[in-house]
Design a protein around this ligand. Sequence first.
Ligand code: DPM
Length: 360
Amino acid sequence: MEDGPYKYIRDGNGKVSRVIRIGTRKSQLARIQTDSVAARLGELYPDVHVEIVAMSTIGDKILDTALSKIGEKSLFTKELENALERNEVDIVVHSLKDLPTTLPPGFTIGAVLQRENPHDAVVLHPKKAGLTLDTLPDKSVIGTSSLRRAAQLKRRFPHLQFENIRGNLNTRLKKLDEKDCYAAIILAAAGLKRMGWENRISQILNPEDCMYAVGQGALAVEVRARDKDILEMVSILHHRDTVLRCVAERAFLRHLRACFFLLVMVLSHVSCPFQLYLTGAVYSLDGSDCLKETMQISVAPDNQIQEFADECTHVGVTACNVPESALAAAEKLGVDLASLLLSKGAKDILTTARQLNDAC
Ligand code: DPM
């Protein structure tokens, strides 16, 4: 029983349990997210002993640099993947929106959990209570370092100004409340909810004002692709509609070959029971230029028996308990929507945005 790649522990009564080590970033949000997955696994597999291993990533160490200047999403995930590769942890929990659409060889997303509210939220300075983005006075400063949020909101609310704000969620709320620099900040509703700060949300942005980032609001469990045992264990956490939406969104982003993923945004839903809708857009930095299209596809299952095989991986997500035909349809929807936007000039909008952003 003690052989093989897995760790086991024996408690005082001589009971032997398999140990599953979960890697996480050290931020409070990352810890909360990881704890929730650990708790689910603990309930589902009472014989498994879950251990949490927290580590800092390069992204955490340079929190004052705008994400758009850091460039790569993988800065938040690389150290965790290294630990996975070295067998120091067995699974890693991420916000799906921080994971690239192409994972390094040897890794896969073994579970995508039910999505929280994927929309963005406005958190007002206490002195501005009762106002909305519409009613805030001219030239009010909104703190966000998300190019995606700023581009869309500049277009919808030209009377507002946008400035960078960095740091983890705790730091940002502190900067908002304790100084008079910002009238409001914009954050993902999902992160605020997980932190227990839902009461600070004064407005959820509707999709006409601000579409969300690919994968926003969903948690992902990354595993070693060869570890079929662990893959099977975590696959029970998959939420069908979330997986289908996120596969479509990730296929859309990947097929855009977005040199600038930060100005790509989406909106998706599954209508009961089997129609998947995806809206995708690309924006210029100042929001003056944008392209937006919607497509849909049927994700009805075709009753074929699934094999637990590598072929059931779609844009980095392995979900053998979701029908292969539905996953393939979701991926096709993302690819087709990206092709449509590319045929209308999406590449030029993103290339120009990247050049302008690099220059400033
Ligand atoms: C990515 C972006 C941001 C995070 C860019 C974007 C926000 C960066 C910023 C790709 N990752 O959304 O346009 O505001 O400077 C992040 C958050 C969450 C996961 C926090 C947030 C929590 C929500 C979730 C950072 N990553 O967006 O407010 O799990 O989706």
